[in-house]
Design a protein around this ligand. Structure first.
Ligand code: MBD
Ligand code: FE
Length: 280
């Protein structure tokens, strides 16, 4: 079997669910009951208002109940939340920033990817498909100073739109790596251009998409986390001009500031994109 014919929503969803269960519950134990009450009540009021406005029927209510159960059974809560909710959380969390724009993390980040120094290749298979991409950039602080020793973590899908550790039959760290900027804040990364990405269509999220007549596509993207001591962690994605889904990303995560400008070079493409971090 190949990765593409063996990937299922339930398998990739189960992997994502395991990860989020274990390490995302930091610092909410002491949230005051007033805040929990306000948020829960207002979400429920918005649901009630939708039911009144559209005179939702018992058949529709029961379909919702069955669908919500299947989201959990398919392990797709991380996918559902990151596709349809995270972009607003990210907007609120980063609106004070003066440095680089960021965007959502999505469900497929894995920490502690192989360290490649300031210049190197992302781990990939011998005949990894996709146009070779050489990416140079510099990490700076908002005051303009170069940040030496900053960490640039990169992860992205392969040419079939699959992520290692979430789709089967892909080497563990394929297309995942961590780079560290040199004394001048520079890095150079060699990878391959990812393909547009379709979220799994055979699970609960896919069922919602087809029932609503939507599409399941995200434009091709490179995910990054950029961090340096004394600075806010930047989570971002970079996009390629001309992708047919740049204007209708199902995850609403494209921003003009995150658009690359690839230049053809011998043997592939070159991109230049650096990051400006806000002091913490
Ligand atoms: C992805 O690859 C992704 O980046 C997001 C945000 C949601 C689903 C799949
Ligand atoms: Fe992604």
């Amino acid at each position: 079997t190949t990765a593409s014919d063996a990937a299922t929503a339930a398998a990739s969803g189960a992997n994502a669910t395991e990860r989020f269960k274990s390490d995302k519950l930091v610092g909410v134990e002491n949230t005051p009951p007033e805040r929990v009450s306000t948020l829960a009540r207002e979400v429920l009021e918005a649901v009630h208002e939708t039911i009144r406005k559209h005179k939702v029927t018992y058949d529709e209510y029961n379909a919702l109940k069955a669908w919500l159960i299947s989201v959990g059974e398919d392990g797709e809560w991380p996918l559902f939340l990151d596709v349809w909710v995270e972009h607003v959380v990210e907007e609120v969390a980063t609106e004070h920033r003066e440095g680089n724009k960021g965007t959502i993390e999505g469900p497929y980040y894995v920490p502690d990817a192989p360290e490649q120094g300031s210049s190197g290749s992302v781990p990939m298979r011998e005949n990894e498909s996709g146009t070779p991409l050489t990416w140079t950039g510099k990490v700076t602080s908002t005051n303009g100073s170069a940040l030496a020793g900053a960490k640039v973590e990169l992860w992205h899908a392969d040419a079939d739109g699959y992520y290692s550790q979430f789709a089967p039959n892909i080497p563990e760290w394929n297309l995942r790596a961590s780079f560290t900027t040199d004394a001048d804040g520079n890095f150079e990364i060699r990878t391959v251009r990812p393909a547009p990405y379709q979220i799994p269509t055979d699970g609960a999220c896919g069922k919602l998409i087809s029932a609503a007549g939507w599409h399941a596509w995200r434009p091709a993207h490179l995910h990054v986390k950029v961090s340096a001591p004394g600075h806010e962690l930047l989570t971002a994605q970079l996009y390629f001009p001309g992708d047919e889904h740049n204007d209708d990303d199902i995850a609403s995560a494209v921003k003009p500031e995150l658009m690359l400008a690839p230049k053809p070079v011998s043997g592939g493409e070159a991109i230049e994109y650096g990051f400006v971090l806000d002091p913490a």
